[in-house]
Design a protein around this ligand. Structure first.
Ligand code: S6P
Ligand code: ZN
Length: 190
């Protein structure tokens, strides 16, 4: 056996109701205070944060070597809620190696996958259980929960991809979803 390239195959158990993944998954929790500057309505953000600091989303990531050839995967659970009229969302990111693609498959709830290119293209895909969406290379991506129960999806991407959050912090995300008259409405900035 070639010890240098040997890795033991493994499996995990994913709970589709809670998004929990059995060991060896790593839990990442993002609260409102971790997303300062991300939401459209800065005043609504401050008002909500002054009251409490809710958890917006949790990621259960299944660790593998961060190396070319490997695939990372995770579940992400976004709780229902809004900042002003804008639904709770993930920070959003480009991959640091920008030509790395990703696949998201919805397990529970209802949400949107928002995507944008550096050239000003943007798209919104409505996600519900069974919908599997392809995020091509070079598209930034953010997800949000527009329903009343937890929104959970499973993601798979090349393990060497990395996360570039700074581009989102610097330029914002050019497509957003707001509640208007009780319904989610997609708003593009260009
Ligand atoms: C990683 C993949 C997801 C997100 C997760 C949280 O490439 O797209 O695991 O990391 O959904 O989103 P964010 O934007 O806070 O990393
Ligand atoms: Zn990604």
């Amino acid at each position: 056996m070639n010890q240098e390239r040997f890795m033991e195959p493994f499996s995990v158990n994913i709970d589709f109701d809670t998004g929990r993944v059995s060991a060896p998954a790593r839990l990442i929790t993002r609260s409102l205070s971790n997303l300062e500057g991300f939401f459209h309505d800065g005043e609504a953000y401050k008002t909500l944060l002054a009251d409490h600091d809710p958890v917006l989303y949790q990621v259960h990531e299944i660790p593998v070597p961060n190396a070319e050839g490997h695939l990372l995967s995770c579940t992400t659970l976004i709780y229902p809620g809004k900042v002003g009229r804008e639904y709770f969302f993930t920070k959003g990111h480009f991959h640091t190696i920008e030509n790395r693609a990703e696949i998201y498959t919805c397990l529970r709830g209802e949400g949107y996958l928002l995507m944008a290119t550096r050239d000003g293209e943007s798209r919104a895909v409505h996600m519900k259980p069974g919908i599997s969406a392809y995020i091509p290379p070079y598209w930034s991506h953010r997800t949000l929960n527009c329903g009343s129960e937890p929104f959970i999806f499973h993601g798979v991407w090349p393990a060497d991809a990395g996360h570039d959050y700074d581009s989102i912090v610097d330029h914002g995300f050019p497509v957003r979803v707001f509640e208007e008259n009780g319904k989610p409405v997609v708003r593009k900035e260009n």
